[in-house]
Design a binder for this molecule. Sequence first.
Ligand code: PLP
Length: 420
Amino acid sequence: MSGDGNATGPAVRRLADWEADELRALAREYGTPLYVDDLERVRENHARLAAAFPDAEVLFAVKANAGRHVLETLDDAGAGAECASAGELARALDAGFDPADVHYTAVNPPAEDLDYACRVAAEHPALTVTAGARDTIERLDERGFTGRFCLRVHPGVGAGHSEEVSTGKDVKFGVPADEAADVLADAAERGFDVVGVHAHAGSGISADQLEEHEAVVSTLADVARESGLDLEFVDVGGGFGVPYHEDEAPLDLDAVAERTRAALDGIDATLTIEPGRYFVADAGVLLTEVNTVKRVGDATVAGADAGMTTLVRPAMYGSHHPIRSLATESRATENVSVVGPVCESTDVLGEDRDLPAPERGDLLAVGNAGAYGVEMASQYNSRPRPAVVALGGETREVVRRRETLADVTLAEDTAEDPYP
Ligand SMILES: *Cc1c(COP(=O)(O)O)cnc(C)c1O
């Protein structure tokens, strides 16, 4: 690592801030599509979170980007890891995280996941297991679990919010706040070492949702108080928003921290936060090459070699990701849709973008691809997944090679092999 490891950097790194020459050189050297993760930016994002929440335990929600390069960087920076599956747990431990800094969050966990987590917990009693259903607690008990336990609570709070959460799929997560004290007592009776309560409001934290965040945290504080247990931590989850639109202001972390502290209202327990995207979103770009340009009527469509299998958020959630042309000469601007190579009409990276008139061979950079990019990539259309290059100051390294067609058929070709 070069430079000051504690530098917190600017509050947001815009797509325009990436060095165009460097991105073009990376695409030339490693081909496209290509994910580029800047590990110094990951460090800066961690440092900014740690500075805003100086007394908190800061965990990285691994599912945002489980690459070993990211995990090693954040372990080294001092973060812990929040893992949502056996696979993430295995990767976090492999990357070197101390089990004392690792939480496993069980969401309707398949038996294999629970078996694995219980084995890890038996071997490393410092691991924390979070569960949000009575069934999961029973299944942990059946496996002889007596380790550190945290209860995931469904806050179900907020005016105008209650209807959605009482009927919607949101109830998938956590036990209702008004049952929490009862469930916590049950877990303690079963011999679990009850250490914390948890809530993660999937909707995300943004400037106009601070009230909602405060309500969630204050419900959690009520649960902690009512439990009568001497809890070690209160985990308020992740969901720290990043500006996906270029003109959107970055999240005011200090404001979030202040609201969080206010809502905890003197609770004598460590505050735990577990953002995912905040650490990695603006640390990553996706590079893609235009191979087809169509102009039909008023519409211009740029067909690129990356699409919904590379970055699914636009297709899946209608999410906006900034797109920048890396063309070297200046051109008139056009209204462009950027689409991918998959035979699906949802295979879109961005619509209605003002971009320099695209030409075949142009390079495009897609911003905020460091979170839920490669992690949600698929081989749909039998398309091998792209490589990942990690930048670390003066170094650049392929940390995940480009897949080949052989990778796509690997499980077929080895179907007779015993399960490893
Ligand atoms: C997904 C998830 C996170 C991280 O969410 P971000 O929006 O990436 O910050 C944190 N905690 C839990 C339990 C999650 O499921």
